[in-house]
Design a protein around this ligand. Structure first.
Ligand SMILES: [Fe+2]
Length: 176
């Protein structure tokens, strides 16, 4: 592999890698309620643009995620969330647009929620699961980078969920 550069502006993202699209029906089980209107419209909740990096130790994967605004009966749109399969691997997010909340938790029961706005950098240490929630009314766009061999363990979160959910209020959001 040779050094390369990719650029992106707004939603004109082409990292020449994989594009992962998660629609409502793909992930509806992560929300507390079911919304029949969303079920029939099946909108894109988020999409991920990965760089063409091999999933090998020593490599760094980077990607841009667009998490669209919306909610399921008041619960804000969010990503599935995961632990890394190689648990001792960290991740860095850089906020580009919108306002998000990063929910983090460990298998020992620790829980933290960190806000992400444009130009803020969020550090997710090894052993912390992470899920992103869009708490704004515009697309939440962020850049992420992590060891390319980290792998994604979605099953543990599917089984156990996160300790808290994020709901819309008159003035902002609430965790409960
Ligand atoms: Fe991750």
């Amino acid at each position: 592999m040779k050094p390369f550069v990719v650029s992106f502006k707004g939603r004109e993202i082409d990292f020449k890698g994989r594009r992962i699209v998660r629609r409502y029906r793909d992930i509806m089980g992560i929300f507390q309620a079911v919304d029949p209107t969303l079920e029939s419209e099946n909108p894109v909740v988020y999409e991920v643009f990965e760089a063409p990096i091999p999933e090998a130790e020593g490599e760094l994967m980077f990607l841009v995620t667009i998490l669209y605004p919306g909610d399921v009966k008041g619960e804000y749109f969010m990503t599935k969330g995961h632990y890394h399969v190689v648990e001792g691997t960290a991740e860095v997010y850089l906020g580009l647009q919108g306002k998000g909340l990063i929910l983090c938790q460990t298998k020992e029961g620790d829980f933290e929620a960190v806000e992400m706005t444009p130009s803020s950098v969020v550090y997710i240490p090894p052993y912390w699961a992470h899920r992103t929630v869009n708490v704004s009314d515009e697309p939440l766009v962020f850049f992420a980078v992590y060891p390319a061999h980290a792998g994604h363990d979605y099953e543990t979160i599917e089984r156990e969920g996160f300790k808290k959910r994020v709901f819309k209020t008159e003035t902002g959001y609430v965790l409960r």
